[in-house]
Design a protein around this ligand. Structure first.
Ligand SMILES: [Zn+2]
Length: 447
Protein backbone atom coordinates (compact mmCIF):
# COMPACT_ATOMS: atom_id res chain seq x y z
CA UNK A 1 0.00 0.00 0.00
CA UNK A 2 2.60 2.54 1.06
CA UNK A 3 4.94 1.52 -1.75
CA UNK A 4 2.24 2.53 -4.22
CA UNK A 5 1.72 5.80 -2.43
CA UNK A 6 5.32 6.77 -2.98
CA UNK A 7 4.70 7.01 -6.71
CA UNK A 8 3.37 10.26 -8.08
CA UNK A 9 -0.38 10.02 -7.66
CA UNK A 10 -3.37 12.29 -7.44
CA UNK A 11 -4.60 13.63 -4.11
CA UNK A 12 -7.85 11.60 -4.20
CA UNK A 13 -5.83 8.45 -4.93
CA UNK A 14 -3.45 9.33 -2.13
CA UNK A 15 -6.34 9.58 0.29
CA UNK A 16 -7.71 6.25 -0.86
CA UNK A 17 -4.38 4.42 -0.80
CA UNK A 18 -3.17 5.49 2.62
CA UNK A 19 -4.05 3.24 5.49
CA UNK A 20 -4.44 5.31 8.64
CA UNK A 21 -2.79 2.61 10.79
CA UNK A 22 0.28 2.31 8.57
CA UNK A 23 0.69 6.07 8.45
CA UNK A 24 0.27 6.15 12.21
CA UNK A 25 3.15 3.66 12.52
CA UNK A 26 5.37 5.85 10.33
CA UNK A 27 4.62 8.94 12.39
CA UNK A 28 5.18 7.01 15.60
CA UNK A 29 8.53 5.70 14.34
CA UNK A 30 9.68 9.25 13.66
CA UNK A 31 8.60 10.31 17.16
CA UNK A 32 10.67 7.43 18.54
CA UNK A 33 13.72 8.62 16.58
CA UNK A 34 13.33 12.20 17.86
CA UNK A 35 12.40 11.38 21.45
CA UNK A 36 15.89 11.10 23.04
CA UNK A 37 17.09 14.51 21.80
CA UNK A 38 17.32 17.42 24.24
CA UNK A 39 15.71 20.26 22.31
CA UNK A 40 15.19 23.84 23.33
CA UNK A 41 14.32 27.12 21.59
CA UNK A 42 17.90 27.21 20.24
CA UNK A 43 20.90 24.90 20.09
CA UNK A 44 22.23 21.67 18.69
CA UNK A 45 19.24 19.59 19.78
CA UNK A 46 17.13 21.48 17.26
CA UNK A 47 19.75 20.97 14.53
CA UNK A 48 19.92 17.26 15.30
CA UNK A 49 16.13 17.12 15.05
CA UNK A 50 16.25 18.76 11.62
CA UNK A 51 18.88 16.28 10.47
CA UNK A 52 16.48 13.43 11.21
CA UNK A 53 13.56 15.22 9.53
CA UNK A 54 15.80 15.62 6.47
CA UNK A 55 15.72 11.84 6.06
CA UNK A 56 12.08 12.36 5.06
CA UNK A 57 11.87 15.78 3.41
CA UNK A 58 14.50 18.22 2.06
CA UNK A 59 14.09 20.71 4.89
CA UNK A 60 15.86 24.05 4.49
CA UNK A 61 17.44 25.11 7.77
CA UNK A 62 17.73 28.84 8.54
CA UNK A 63 20.02 30.24 11.23
CA UNK A 64 19.14 33.64 12.71
CA UNK A 65 21.81 35.38 14.80
CA UNK A 66 21.44 36.11 18.49
CA UNK A 67 20.45 39.73 18.98
CA UNK A 68 18.45 39.99 15.73
CA UNK A 69 15.53 42.27 16.44
CA UNK A 70 12.19 40.68 15.65
CA UNK A 71 9.33 43.07 16.33
CA UNK A 72 9.35 43.75 20.08
CA UNK A 73 11.67 40.81 20.80
CA UNK A 74 15.20 39.77 20.01
CA UNK A 75 16.67 36.41 19.16
CA UNK A 76 18.11 35.03 22.42
CA UNK A 77 21.51 33.56 23.13
CA UNK A 78 21.99 29.97 22.04
CA UNK A 79 21.80 27.28 24.71
CA UNK A 80 23.62 23.96 24.62
CA UNK A 81 24.04 21.29 27.25
CA UNK A 82 26.34 18.28 27.59
CA UNK A 83 25.61 16.92 31.03
CA UNK A 84 24.04 17.69 34.41
CA UNK A 85 23.60 15.94 37.72
CA UNK A 86 23.10 16.22 41.45
CA UNK A 87 25.45 13.98 43.45
CA UNK A 88 24.94 12.91 47.05
CA UNK A 89 27.65 12.62 49.68
CA UNK A 90 28.53 9.13 48.41
CA UNK A 91 29.23 10.59 44.98
CA UNK A 92 26.16 8.92 43.41
CA UNK A 93 24.24 10.74 40.71
CA UNK A 94 20.80 10.90 42.28
CA UNK A 95 19.46 13.20 39.58
CA UNK A 96 20.97 12.51 36.19
CA UNK A 97 20.47 14.39 32.90
CA UNK A 98 21.72 11.28 31.07
CA UNK A 99 18.63 9.41 32.28
CA UNK A 100 16.13 12.14 31.34
CA UNK A 101 16.77 15.52 29.78
CA UNK A 102 13.71 16.82 31.64
CA UNK A 103 15.83 16.78 34.81
CA UNK A 104 17.39 20.13 33.93
CA UNK A 105 15.36 23.32 33.80
CA UNK A 106 15.64 24.07 30.08
CA UNK A 107 17.98 27.06 29.46
CA UNK A 108 19.73 26.66 32.85
CA UNK A 109 23.04 28.50 33.04
CA UNK A 110 26.16 26.55 34.01
CA UNK A 111 26.76 25.69 37.65
CA UNK A 112 29.33 23.46 39.34
CA UNK A 113 29.53 23.64 43.11
CA UNK A 114 28.57 22.10 46.39
CA UNK A 115 25.42 23.65 47.82
CA UNK A 116 23.71 23.25 51.17
CA UNK A 117 20.28 21.60 51.08
CA UNK A 118 18.58 24.83 52.15
CA UNK A 119 19.90 26.59 49.07
CA UNK A 120 19.43 23.68 46.68
CA UNK A 121 15.77 23.31 47.63
CA UNK A 122 14.82 26.56 45.93
CA UNK A 123 16.28 25.25 42.65
CA UNK A 124 14.26 22.02 42.64
CA UNK A 125 10.88 21.47 41.00
CA UNK A 126 8.55 18.52 41.54
CA UNK A 127 4.91 17.52 41.16
CA UNK A 128 3.64 16.45 44.59
CA UNK A 129 0.31 15.35 43.06
CA UNK A 130 2.09 13.00 40.65
CA UNK A 131 5.04 11.91 42.78
CA UNK A 132 6.69 9.66 40.16
CA UNK A 133 6.64 12.17 37.28
CA UNK A 134 9.33 14.67 36.35
CA UNK A 135 7.95 18.09 35.43
CA UNK A 136 9.13 20.08 32.39
CA UNK A 137 10.26 23.61 33.23
CA UNK A 138 12.01 26.35 31.27
CA UNK A 139 13.73 29.61 32.09
CA UNK A 140 14.34 31.21 28.71
CA UNK A 141 14.35 34.86 29.54
CA UNK A 142 15.70 34.88 33.09
CA UNK A 143 19.22 33.53 33.60
CA UNK A 144 18.95 30.94 36.35
CA UNK A 145 19.49 27.24 36.96
CA UNK A 146 17.39 24.44 38.32
CA UNK A 147 16.56 20.75 38.35
CA UNK A 148 13.28 18.93 37.88
CA UNK A 149 12.80 15.60 39.59
CA UNK A 150 10.08 13.30 40.78
CA UNK A 151 8.64 14.15 44.15
CA UNK A 152 9.66 10.68 45.36
CA UNK A 153 13.27 11.49 44.46
CA UNK A 154 13.04 14.71 46.43
CA UNK A 155 11.61 12.96 49.50
CA UNK A 156 14.59 10.60 49.48
CA UNK A 157 17.13 13.45 49.69
CA UNK A 158 18.50 13.53 53.24
CA UNK A 159 22.02 14.95 52.94
CA UNK A 160 23.08 18.33 54.33
CA UNK A 161 24.74 19.31 51.05
CA UNK A 162 24.94 18.17 47.43
CA UNK A 163 27.25 18.57 44.49
CA UNK A 164 25.42 20.14 41.57
CA UNK A 165 26.71 20.39 38.03
CA UNK A 166 25.12 21.74 34.89
CA UNK A 167 27.55 21.62 31.99
CA UNK A 168 25.78 24.06 29.70
CA UNK A 169 26.63 27.10 27.60
CA UNK A 170 24.55 30.18 26.94
CA UNK A 171 26.33 32.26 24.33
CA UNK A 172 25.78 34.33 21.21
CA UNK A 173 24.82 31.93 18.44
CA UNK A 174 21.72 31.27 16.39
CA UNK A 175 18.07 30.41 16.46
CA UNK A 176 17.53 27.56 13.98
CA UNK A 177 14.30 26.95 12.16
CA UNK A 178 13.32 24.62 9.36
CA UNK A 179 11.21 25.36 6.33
CA UNK A 180 9.92 23.20 3.52
CA UNK A 181 8.16 24.83 0.59
CA UNK A 182 6.14 22.78 -1.85
CA UNK A 183 5.17 24.67 -4.95
CA UNK A 184 1.62 24.35 -6.25
CA UNK A 185 -0.29 25.71 -9.24
CA UNK A 186 -1.01 28.90 -7.34
CA UNK A 187 1.30 31.05 -5.24
CA UNK A 188 -1.41 31.11 -2.61
CA UNK A 189 -0.13 29.16 0.34
CA UNK A 190 -1.27 26.79 3.03
CA UNK A 191 0.89 27.17 6.13
CA UNK A 192 1.55 24.21 8.40
CA UNK A 193 3.40 25.16 11.57
CA UNK A 194 4.71 23.15 14.50
CA UNK A 195 7.00 23.87 17.43
CA UNK A 196 10.35 22.17 17.84
CA UNK A 197 11.51 23.46 21.22
CA UNK A 198 10.39 20.75 23.63
CA UNK A 199 12.85 18.07 24.81
CA UNK A 200 11.70 14.47 25.43
CA UNK A 201 7.95 15.10 25.31
CA UNK A 202 5.86 13.18 22.81
CA UNK A 203 2.40 14.63 22.44
CA UNK A 204 3.54 18.21 23.02
CA UNK A 205 5.10 18.31 20.53
CA UNK A 206 6.93 15.50 18.76
CA UNK A 207 3.51 14.43 17.51
CA UNK A 208 3.08 17.73 15.65
CA UNK A 209 6.60 17.64 14.21
CA UNK A 210 6.26 14.06 13.02
CA UNK A 211 2.76 14.50 11.59
CA UNK A 212 3.84 17.64 9.69
CA UNK A 213 6.89 15.82 8.31
CA UNK A 214 5.00 12.76 7.08
CA UNK A 215 2.20 14.95 5.70
CA UNK A 216 4.77 17.02 3.79
CA UNK A 217 6.39 13.88 2.46
CA UNK A 218 3.15 12.51 1.05
CA UNK A 219 1.93 15.84 -0.31
CA UNK A 220 5.23 16.14 -2.19
CA UNK A 221 4.31 12.92 -4.02
CA UNK A 222 1.00 14.28 -5.26
CA UNK A 223 0.94 15.04 -8.98
CA UNK A 224 -0.83 18.38 -8.81
CA UNK A 225 -1.56 20.73 -5.97
CA UNK A 226 -3.78 23.77 -6.30
CA UNK A 227 -2.03 25.51 -3.39
CA UNK A 228 1.59 25.88 -2.48
CA UNK A 229 2.45 24.53 0.96
CA UNK A 230 4.85 25.96 3.48
CA UNK A 231 5.80 23.76 6.42
CA UNK A 232 7.66 25.52 9.19
CA UNK A 233 9.40 23.91 12.14
CA UNK A 234 10.08 26.62 14.72
CA UNK A 235 10.63 27.10 18.42
CA UNK A 236 7.38 28.13 20.12
CA UNK A 237 6.63 31.87 20.39
CA UNK A 238 10.08 33.30 19.53
CA UNK A 239 10.14 31.12 16.40
CA UNK A 240 6.84 32.31 14.96
CA UNK A 241 7.69 35.90 15.92
CA UNK A 242 11.05 35.55 14.15
CA UNK A 243 9.53 33.89 11.10
CA UNK A 244 6.80 36.53 10.80
CA UNK A 245 9.34 39.35 11.22
CA UNK A 246 11.58 37.93 8.48
CA UNK A 247 8.73 37.12 6.10
CA UNK A 248 6.41 40.03 6.66
CA UNK A 249 6.06 40.98 2.98
CA UNK A 250 5.14 37.43 2.01
CA UNK A 251 2.52 36.55 4.59
CA UNK A 252 -0.41 37.77 2.52
CA UNK A 253 0.12 34.69 0.37
CA UNK A 254 -1.05 32.57 3.30
CA UNK A 255 -4.68 31.76 2.59
CA UNK A 256 -5.09 28.98 5.14
CA UNK A 257 -3.02 27.66 7.99
CA UNK A 258 -2.84 25.12 10.77
CA UNK A 259 -0.75 24.82 13.89
CA UNK A 260 -0.32 21.11 14.61
CA UNK A 261 0.21 20.03 18.19
CA UNK A 262 -0.89 17.32 20.59
CA UNK A 263 -2.12 15.00 17.85
CA UNK A 264 -1.02 11.65 19.28
CA UNK A 265 -2.98 11.07 22.49
CA UNK A 266 -6.23 9.14 22.83
CA UNK A 267 -8.32 12.23 23.59
CA UNK A 268 -11.07 13.51 21.32
CA UNK A 269 -10.19 15.97 18.60
CA UNK A 270 -10.12 19.65 19.44
CA UNK A 271 -10.10 22.37 16.83
CA UNK A 272 -9.34 25.89 17.95
CA UNK A 273 -10.65 28.36 15.41
CA UNK A 274 -8.60 31.17 13.94
CA UNK A 275 -9.15 34.65 15.31
CA UNK A 276 -11.37 35.33 12.29
CA UNK A 277 -13.61 32.47 13.42
CA UNK A 278 -15.17 31.78 10.03
CA UNK A 279 -12.13 31.40 7.81
CA UNK A 280 -12.27 28.69 5.17
CA UNK A 281 -9.74 26.62 7.16
CA UNK A 282 -12.06 26.82 10.19
CA UNK A 283 -15.00 25.65 8.15
CA UNK A 284 -13.02 22.92 6.40
CA UNK A 285 -11.68 21.38 9.61
CA UNK A 286 -15.01 21.64 11.42
CA UNK A 287 -16.76 20.03 8.45
CA UNK A 288 -14.29 17.15 8.33
CA UNK A 289 -14.57 16.52 12.07
CA UNK A 290 -18.35 16.65 11.92
CA UNK A 291 -18.44 14.02 9.19
CA UNK A 292 -15.66 11.89 10.69
CA UNK A 293 -18.08 10.27 13.11
CA UNK A 294 -15.51 10.89 15.86
CA UNK A 295 -16.17 12.80 19.06
CA UNK A 296 -14.67 16.27 18.90
CA UNK A 297 -14.97 19.79 20.18
CA UNK A 298 -14.58 23.13 18.47
CA UNK A 299 -13.35 26.04 20.52
CA UNK A 300 -13.19 29.73 19.76
CA UNK A 301 -9.92 31.56 19.41
CA UNK A 302 -8.34 32.87 22.59
CA UNK A 303 -4.97 34.63 22.83
CA UNK A 304 -3.20 31.85 24.72
CA UNK A 305 -1.91 28.48 23.56
CA UNK A 306 0.55 27.91 20.72
CA UNK A 307 1.89 29.89 17.77
CA UNK A 308 -1.60 30.74 16.50
CA UNK A 309 -1.26 33.56 19.04
CA UNK A 310 1.35 35.20 16.83
CA UNK A 311 -0.21 34.34 13.45
CA UNK A 312 -3.53 35.69 14.72
CA UNK A 313 -2.10 38.82 16.36
CA UNK A 314 -4.07 41.84 15.11
CA UNK A 315 -1.28 43.08 12.82
CA UNK A 316 -1.43 39.79 10.88
CA UNK A 317 -4.80 38.19 11.66
CA UNK A 318 -3.93 35.24 9.46
CA UNK A 319 -6.50 32.47 8.92
CA UNK A 320 -4.60 29.98 11.08
CA UNK A 321 -6.33 27.57 13.43
CA UNK A 322 -4.91 24.97 15.79
CA UNK A 323 -5.53 21.27 15.32
CA UNK A 324 -5.16 19.08 18.41
CA UNK A 325 -6.56 16.05 20.14
CA UNK A 326 -6.54 16.87 23.89
CA UNK A 327 -5.75 20.54 24.25
CA UNK A 328 -2.76 21.72 26.29
CA UNK A 329 -3.21 21.74 30.03
CA UNK A 330 -6.31 19.54 29.73
CA UNK A 331 -4.43 16.31 30.47
CA UNK A 332 -2.33 15.54 33.52
CA UNK A 333 0.57 14.14 31.44
CA UNK A 334 1.02 17.58 29.82
CA UNK A 335 4.53 18.99 30.38
CA UNK A 336 5.65 15.99 32.44
CA UNK A 337 7.71 12.87 31.87
CA UNK A 338 4.42 10.97 31.47
CA UNK A 339 4.03 12.57 28.02
CA UNK A 340 6.15 9.73 26.73
CA UNK A 341 6.21 7.05 24.04
CA UNK A 342 3.28 5.18 25.60
CA UNK A 343 1.12 8.28 25.89
CA UNK A 344 1.02 8.67 22.11
CA UNK A 345 -0.06 5.78 19.90
CA UNK A 346 0.06 5.03 16.16
CA UNK A 347 -3.71 4.66 15.92
CA UNK A 348 -4.37 8.18 17.22
CA UNK A 349 -1.61 9.67 15.09
CA UNK A 350 -3.06 7.94 12.03
CA UNK A 351 -6.53 9.33 12.72
CA UNK A 352 -5.06 12.81 13.11
CA UNK A 353 -3.23 12.44 9.81
CA UNK A 354 -6.41 11.34 8.00
CA UNK A 355 -8.42 14.26 9.33
CA UNK A 356 -5.70 16.75 8.39
CA UNK A 357 -5.41 15.32 4.90
CA UNK A 358 -9.20 15.44 4.51
CA UNK A 359 -9.29 19.10 5.56
CA UNK A 360 -6.56 19.91 3.03
CA UNK A 361 -8.52 17.95 0.45
CA UNK A 362 -11.53 20.18 1.09
CA UNK A 363 -9.40 23.31 0.61
CA UNK A 364 -7.81 21.92 -2.56
CA UNK A 365 -11.20 21.14 -4.11
CA UNK A 366 -13.46 23.81 -2.71
CA UNK A 367 -14.35 25.52 -5.97
CA UNK A 368 -17.33 27.51 -7.15
CA UNK A 369 -19.22 26.03 -10.08
CA UNK A 370 -21.75 27.49 -12.48
CA UNK A 371 -24.87 25.57 -13.45
CA UNK A 372 -25.00 25.45 -17.26
CA UNK A 373 -28.72 24.63 -17.28
CA UNK A 374 -30.09 26.85 -14.54
CA UNK A 375 -33.65 27.28 -15.85
CA UNK A 376 -35.51 24.46 -14.15
CA UNK A 377 -33.85 21.16 -13.38
CA UNK A 378 -32.09 19.39 -16.22
CA UNK A 379 -33.32 15.90 -17.08
CA UNK A 380 -30.92 13.71 -15.17
CA UNK A 381 -32.55 10.45 -16.24
CA UNK A 382 -31.62 10.81 -19.88
CA UNK A 383 -28.01 11.36 -18.83
CA UNK A 384 -27.97 8.25 -16.68
CA UNK A 385 -27.58 10.30 -13.51
CA UNK A 386 -30.93 9.57 -11.94
CA UNK A 387 -32.40 6.39 -10.51
CA UNK A 388 -29.29 4.62 -11.54
CA UNK A 389 -29.11 1.02 -10.46
CA UNK A 390 -26.07 -1.18 -10.28
CA UNK A 391 -22.53 0.03 -10.64
CA UNK A 392 -19.95 -0.02 -7.92
CA UNK A 393 -21.18 1.38 -4.64
CA UNK A 394 -18.33 3.84 -4.39
CA UNK A 395 -19.16 5.31 -7.79
CA UNK A 396 -22.79 5.90 -6.93
CA UNK A 397 -23.78 9.50 -6.70
CA UNK A 398 -26.48 10.47 -4.28
CA UNK A 399 -29.45 11.90 -6.17
CA UNK A 400 -30.31 14.40 -3.49
CA UNK A 401 -26.70 15.61 -3.53
CA UNK A 402 -27.03 16.14 -7.30
CA UNK A 403 -30.13 18.26 -6.76
CA UNK A 404 -28.45 20.36 -4.08
CA UNK A 405 -25.44 20.94 -6.28
CA UNK A 406 -27.59 21.91 -9.27
CA UNK A 407 -29.60 24.27 -7.14
CA UNK A 408 -26.71 26.05 -5.46
CA UNK A 409 -24.21 26.30 -8.30
CA UNK A 410 -25.33 29.85 -9.03
CA UNK A 411 -21.82 31.23 -8.79
CA UNK A 412 -22.41 32.37 -5.22
CA UNK A 413 -21.72 29.10 -3.40
CA UNK A 414 -18.61 27.00 -3.08
CA UNK A 415 -18.84 23.24 -2.75
CA UNK A 416 -18.20 23.60 0.97
CA UNK A 417 -21.11 26.06 1.22
CA UNK A 418 -23.30 23.47 -0.47
CA UNK A 419 -22.06 20.66 1.77
CA UNK A 420 -22.74 22.71 4.89
CA UNK A 421 -26.20 23.75 3.79
CA UNK A 422 -27.27 20.32 2.54
CA UNK A 423 -25.72 18.39 5.46
CA UNK A 424 -23.94 16.15 2.96
CA UNK A 425 -20.25 15.44 3.34
CA UNK A 426 -17.90 17.43 1.15
CA UNK A 427 -16.90 14.19 -0.55
CA UNK A 428 -20.51 13.42 -1.53
CA UNK A 429 -21.05 16.95 -2.86
CA UNK A 430 -17.79 16.94 -4.76
CA UNK A 431 -18.62 13.56 -6.29
CA UNK A 432 -22.00 14.93 -7.42
CA UNK A 433 -20.34 18.03 -8.88
CA UNK A 434 -17.83 15.91 -10.76
CA UNK A 435 -20.61 13.75 -12.21
CA UNK A 436 -22.55 16.82 -13.35
CA UNK A 437 -19.43 18.46 -14.79
CA UNK A 438 -18.74 15.29 -16.78
CA UNK A 439 -22.12 15.81 -18.47
CA UNK A 440 -21.38 19.51 -19.07
CA UNK A 441 -24.09 20.54 -16.66
CA UNK A 442 -21.54 22.44 -14.52
CA UNK A 443 -18.45 24.46 -15.19
CA UNK A 444 -15.91 25.78 -12.75
CA UNK A 445 -16.39 29.50 -12.27
CA UNK A 446 -13.15 31.25 -13.23
CA UNK A 447 -11.43 32.65 -10.12
ZN1 LIG B 1 4.39 22.87 25.60
Amino acid sequence: MLQEALKIISLPDLRKSLESDEIGEQIYKLITDLYPICRSITGDGVRETFKIIKNHIPLKVHEVSTGTEVFDWEVPKEWNIKDAYIKNSKGERIVDFQKSNLHVVNYSVAVNKVVPWEELKSHLFTLPDYPDRIPYRTSYYKESWGFCLSHNQLLAMQDAEYEVCIDSTLEPGYLSYGEYYLEGESQDEILISCHTCHPSLCNDNLSGIALATILAKYLSEVSSRRYSYRFIFIPGTIGSITWLALNEERVDRIKHGLVLTGVGDRGNFTYKKSRRGNAEIDRAVIHVLKHSGQEHQVIDFFPYGYDERQYCSPGFNLPVGCFMRSSHGQYSEYHTSADNLSFVQPQYLGESFSNCLSALYVLENNRTYLNQNPKCEPRLGKRGLYRQVGGHAEEQVDELALLWVLNLTDGEHTLLDIAERSQFSFDAIEKAANALAKHDLLKVKPE
